[in-house]
Design a protein around this ligand. Sequence first.
Ligand code: PLP
Length: 273
Amino acid sequence: MKIWLDGGLQDIESARVSVLDHGLTVGDGIFETVKAVDGRPFALTRHLDRLTRSARGLGLPDPDLDEVRRACAAVLRANPAPLGRLRITYTGGHGPLGSDRGEHGPTLVVALGETARRPDSTAVITVPWTRNERGALTGLKTTSYAENVVALARARERGASEALFGNTVGQLCEGTGSNVFVVLDGEIHTPPVASGCLAGITRALAVEWTGARESDLPLDVLDRADEVFLTSTLRDVQAVHRVDDREPAGAPGPVTAKAMRIFEERSADDLDP
Ligand code: PLP
């Protein structure tokens, strides 16, 4: 497996970053996960725009997007796979122990993981912890993911593949690695970005393509929604057949099934050549 580091391809076994990299010591970094189908990245420009937004939010220098594009292309060429996930990681770089950043520039790593097609439907749980809709990192795709790791482990213990968070004012927010949609009286709703969720790229496409509305939703909407579905780079549009102990009727229900179909058809156009 070849990865991109220090401006070129390296073997993953011998590639090294500093043990004092701020990404490691204090979680000072950002990332993107990009789906790649037959070596072609999906919606890469949108991911790179978000990478820049996240960098600015953390006060990191803007990433060199020409280099990131070259890195993605080189890594995809070196590791052919029918369905892969590019992982772009960009950190504060080698620094002193503690929270101040050092003089060294940021670290950029691009790697590729294999991934399997996700099942059409899945189980989710809700967790008692909240997303902070007004935090310094809200809406940024940072590598500070430990809270998601804990919540996802809780979901796995309960036979689910995702954990959903509310925010501090009791509204539905998002999952550990996905956005959430509900169907109420035939209309599709998803929490607005102001709820504290990540501005998911799949979410944005699903809103655009299905006419879903952005609505403030109480967390208990999950108890009465006719249908629930998730969106993310690795799930695309995925129906939810169980929320905690409740089973929304027929997953995928008719509205979700239509959203899945639309997404599959339209997304074929968004693969970067
Ligand atoms: N919310 C969080 C916290 C995520 O980490 C992700 C993706 O990793 C998403 C939502 C979905 O975003 P996207 O559709 O861009 O993958």
